[in-house]
Design a protein around this ligand. Structure first.
Ligand code: SAM
Length: 210
């Protein structure tokens, strides 16, 4: 079951209890005072929390987020965490991410390729508490393993794997089995779950660095 800090709450939106963080709105999400809806349908990390996976966000300070896109999810992360390094390799979404970061002094966008951690190792701290990965690219397990170097011992990984990004011709369950095996090279897997109905053909993996 997910453990949450006070800076992530369940609040009522549209007559239902939904996840919310406190910060400047980013993507037109509904707000209630300072609180902004964290939409699990638009966020794999949000879906991991919403579906009750074994994620512990209570003591998270420093974060590396891979595949930040225009900042939908990483903006929520920066609402509850400390220093948050956000890697994205496409210039267009990174421009939007810069606007999101302008409102959040703890959010640091990096226009970098997550498959080449050596290109940002001089900027990103080591001993991070949390690695969040949502890169729609082939070799998603290798990216998680190669970026484990930034995590503290026992640091946490929250990984979303999109089956179709690995191989459209292979059954998603076969892809997910290979990913679980590859991730286990650097992590101890704590929980895995598919993210339906929020995200089709995605596997979420929560793990601790070995
Ligand atoms: N995590 C985002 C969110 O919830 O707001 C959505 C991420 S989107 C599904 C995947 C992103 O990964 C895209 O923006 C894509 O450009 C980025 N990406 C794919 N391969 C990458 C790589 N090798 N390095 C960095 N970013 C990458």
């Amino acid at each position: 079951m997910t453990d949450l800090p006070e800076s992530i709450q369940r609040r009522e939106f549209d007559g239902r209890q939904r996840l919310a963080t406190r910060g400047e709105p980013v993507y037109g999400e509904p707000t209630d005072g300072e609180w902004r809806l964290w939409d699990a349908g638009r966020s794999k990390l949000g879906a991991m929390v919403e579906t009750g996976m074994d994620v512990d966000l209570t003591a998270v300070d420093s974060v590396l987020y891979l595949g930040a896109a225009s900042g939908t999810t990483v903006s929520h992360v920066a609402d509850f965490a400390g220093p948050t390094y956000a890697v994205e390799f496409a210039p267009r979404p990174t421009r939007d991410l810069l606007d999101v970061a302008a409102e959040r002094p703890n959010l640091f966008p990096l226009l970098k390729d997550a498959r080449k951690p050596e290109t940002y190792a001089h900027v990103v701290e080591s001993d991070l508490d949390l690695l969040v990965q949502d890169v729609a690219t082939r070799g998603q397990a290798s990216v998680a393993v190669d970026n484990a170097r930034f995590l503290a011992d026992d640091g946490q990984l929250c990984l979303a794997v999109k089956a179709r990004s690995e191989d459209v011709t292979v059954d998603p369950e076969t892809v997910f089995e290979d990913v679980r095996e590859a991730v286990a090279a650097a992590y101890e897997i704590v929980d895995t779950r598919r993210l339906e109905p929020f995200h089709d053909d995605h596997l979420a993996v929560v793990a601790r660095k070995r």
